[in-house]
Design a protein around this ligand. Structure first.
Ligand SMILES: NC(=O)c1ccc[n+]([C@@H]2O[C@H](COP(=O)([O-])OP(=O)(O)OC[C@H]3O[C@@H](n4cnc5c(N)ncnc54)[C@H](O)[C@@H]3O)[C@@H](O)[C@H]2O)c1
Length: 260
């Protein structure tokens, strides 16, 4: 039983922790990686593309360790390797952020089955399969934090991206399932739902001026998000400051999903 006077800002520290953050070599993931490293964690980054030098320099510049493994999250063999390699390099896994994601835009009636399946494999199946594998390690460690990256499109739908909307709605269900199943092992599973941020995944929509303004006008804070806006929430959900929060989604969207 903790007393009120036990409270200290140290509950936000990630000193000695190890975090896997998928796709953190660019975009929003790079922000989570930097934030967690700044809070004291060492970072393991499974990545698809070659561009790892910027994030490596940023994290090593903080005096933290970062290790990488290249591969496709759609392949189950790669998911096994992520767990094996992270344990080999760091000996533990305290935090998993399922950040990697993809999208495909196309008129609904022409939407190819293959693109529906591809997006579901990465944005939904890989979140479940990797979390399931990592959970077995966390259960042995008797603690862990799983953070899934949902979206404003976990609560709303838009045209031309049915697979993304379906997968991101499923991420909320996966988050609640893991919260229910793993709470008994002192593992907290939560999600962050970013609103609209200008990254690679959004190039098509953010360069459409009419759409850009439509979205901006709907955001009560009046602007799209910056990577910086997500970093505090990631540290909070990764740290013991959030130990009694389990199965919830924090929307970091300037109020977008609260409006009509
Ligand atoms: N940018 C936004 O406005 C926004 C809003 C809500 C949610 N999100 C979510 O945030 C997460 C990060 O997106 P981002 O905006 O930084 O985009 P991004 O395209 O910059 O980053 C996505 C990352 O996922 C990786 N990835 C894609 N397919 C992969 C695969 N098959 N195997 C391994 N890695 C793969 C990419 O290589 C990249 O590193 C995604 O889950 C996205 O859906 C983004």
């Amino acid at each position: 039983m903790k007393k009120i006077q036990d409270f200290s800002m140290d509950i936000f520290s990630l000193e000695g922790k190890v975090a896997i953050i998928t796709g953190a070599n660019q975009g929003l993931g790079m922000g989570y990686a930097y934030a967690l490293a700044k809070a004291g964690a060492d970072i393991f980054i499974p990545h698809l593309t070659d561009n790892i030098s910027e994030v490596k320099e940023m994290i090593e510049g903080l005096g933290r360790r970062v290790e990488f493994l290249q591969g496709d999250l759609a392949e189950k063999k790669h998911l096994d390797e992520i767990v094996e390699k992270c344990l080999e390099k760091f000996g533990r896994i305290d935090i998993l952020i399922n950040n990697a994601g993809t999208n495909y835009f196309c008129d609904f009636l022409d939407f190819p089955d293959a693109e529906f399946d591809r997006v579901i494999k990465i944005n939904m199946n890989a979140v479940y399969y990797l979390s399931h594998r990592v959970a077995k390690v966390m259960v042995k460690q008797k603690a862990g934090k799983i953070i899934n990256i949902a979206s404003a499109l976990s609560f709303t739908a838009d045209k031309m991206c049915p697979s993304y909307v379906a997968a991101k709605h499923a991420v909320v269900g996966i988050t609640r399932t893991f919260a229910n199943e793993l709470g008994q092992y002192n593992i907290q599973t939560n999600a962050i739902a970013p609103g609209f941020f200008q990254t690679d995944v959004n190039i098509a929509i953010s360069s459409d001026q009419e759409f850009y303004e439509k979205i901006t006008n709907r955001i009560p804070l009046g602007r799209w998000g910056q990577v910086y806006d997500l970093m505090g929430t990631a540290v909070f959900l990764a740290s013991s400051a959030s130990d009694y929060i389990n199965g919830w989604v924090i929307n970091v969207d300037g109020g977008f999903t609260t409006t009509l």
